[in-house]
Design a protein around this ligand. Sequence first.
Ligand SMILES: [Zn+2]
Length: 587
Amino acid sequence: MRRLVIMLLAWPGVAGALAQLDLDLRLDPATREFAAKARLADSAGLRGFRLAPEFEIVALSIDGRAARPSRRGAVVTLPRGTRQVDVRYRATLKPLAALDHREVLADRSATAAPEGSFLPAAAGWYPEVGALFSYRVSLSLPAGQKGLVPGEIVKESDGADGYRAEFVFAEPVEGIDLMAGPYVLAEHRLKLPGGHYVKVRSWFHPELGDLAPAYLDDSARYLERYSRLIGDYPFAMFSIVSSPTPTGFGMPTLTYLGRDVLRLPFIRATSLGHEILHNWWGNGVYPDWPRGNWSEGLTTFLADYAYKEDESEAAAREMRMGWLRDYAAVPPGEDFALKNFTSRQHGIASIIGYNKAAMVFLMLRDRIGKDAFERGLRLFWQRHRFKTAGWAELEAAFGEASGQPLADFFRTWVQQSGSPPFAGADPDFRIWRRIDPAVFPPILREVFVAPEATVVAVGNDAELRAAAQALAARLLDAKPDAVVTTLPARGPALIVGKANELDAWLAARQLPPRPVLKEGSAQVWAGRDGRGRPYVAIAVADVAALKALMRPLPHYGKQSWLVFDGARAIERGIWPPRAETAASGSR
Ligand SMILES: [Zn+2]
């Protein structure tokens, strides 16, 4: 899950006075009726605002005088010299549709339902000036519902007559997302190392109540960790909010996650920390979009990658190897420089903008040392908190913290695409470079995602053949329509058999023997034959053991081998990589 960045491509200057939005709104999720009173003020003058066409303007006054709106589509134009505009407007919002994750990300309309309402900033549901602004939002919902927007909660009441809350966001912000639902609240007050207090709160659907304590604890742990590393968390509140749709959004002061997503164990272990860290990198210091978005790389390095380092050096190395494996598959013509990364639109962009950038921060830390690196992080934060900063400002902070000139380093890794020629030895995968794909140990995914693949069932058991066919339909992108009994001369293959029959079959074809693994009910491993063809072999005790792999096995594409006991993976791992020389033998 990644964060969706809603960005304005051209940043206005942040230094001047900010427009201020005061919004008083009422939402009834059952009828989907939305009504609001907005006051937009800017001492530097307002030329107009945008409000999505489905929001009907009921009344408008300009600098205190009633006026007829001059509106074309979403754009409302104001007379020169306007300093303040008051707008009353309303809409019947769309109902909540059953959408999958991709559709949720693409759909930007405001939706309402008792189960959950979501008004994303991109829906244009409030008067928007097209520049950074600050706001106060006062929100009113019927009894049984609760809701929020990013920011600090300054007033709150809940009773038989409904829920009311007021939120203030005093720092420059790019948009407002509103969420409401039948939430049950849990809260925790945390004192940060620098002395500030933070309210950590969960807004969960009632059935998720049992998850709240763990989410509050883990959020507090991440807030403390990054406050200690970088400087205190810059806001007064952090919320975890559940959504009825399978979303994953990060916004300043909160993260909005699907009900089912919240139940996944890796969310708390990884994604939650990543989203929390974006309150420093992304929502605390704003990337200088036209000159490259460094915030995903720095967040990946200090969250996803740092958690692997916490686990073990082996786990961290595995992640680095995975990054370089993905990079080896990027066609050279599609490679690009880090300065050209803005947001993740496709897989290659994430290989550069997330993984390469994270590796660049690792190489920088390796070069200047951990202490200087962490001093540089703090310096960068102190200087650019709630301001826009780019790679050049990072270079300056790390240069100053380390006392080393870093111009060459940043030119090579940020301004230029690819990597300089590499001739040394780096068995630990700490240097970004293009590696011959044959160096990487085989993993299951190579066969899982191959556009064409053959399924071979060893032996004459019709039931096993049927089970192999069903498993292949779930595992393989290639979706082969038949199971064969002989291995074709080329092409990726999934080979399935009972252990003893498979042993004889492999030997007869001069394929490497079944590896020595724990017994279990099924063993699964990836290999390559003498010509480099990838295959996955599955040795089972019986047909039931094969059927048991249906649900779990698709999730283990990044592994080289696994041992299952029924549906449970009891051991797994990645084969060691080959040495990075032409003369190296096969494993
Ligand atoms: Zn991110």
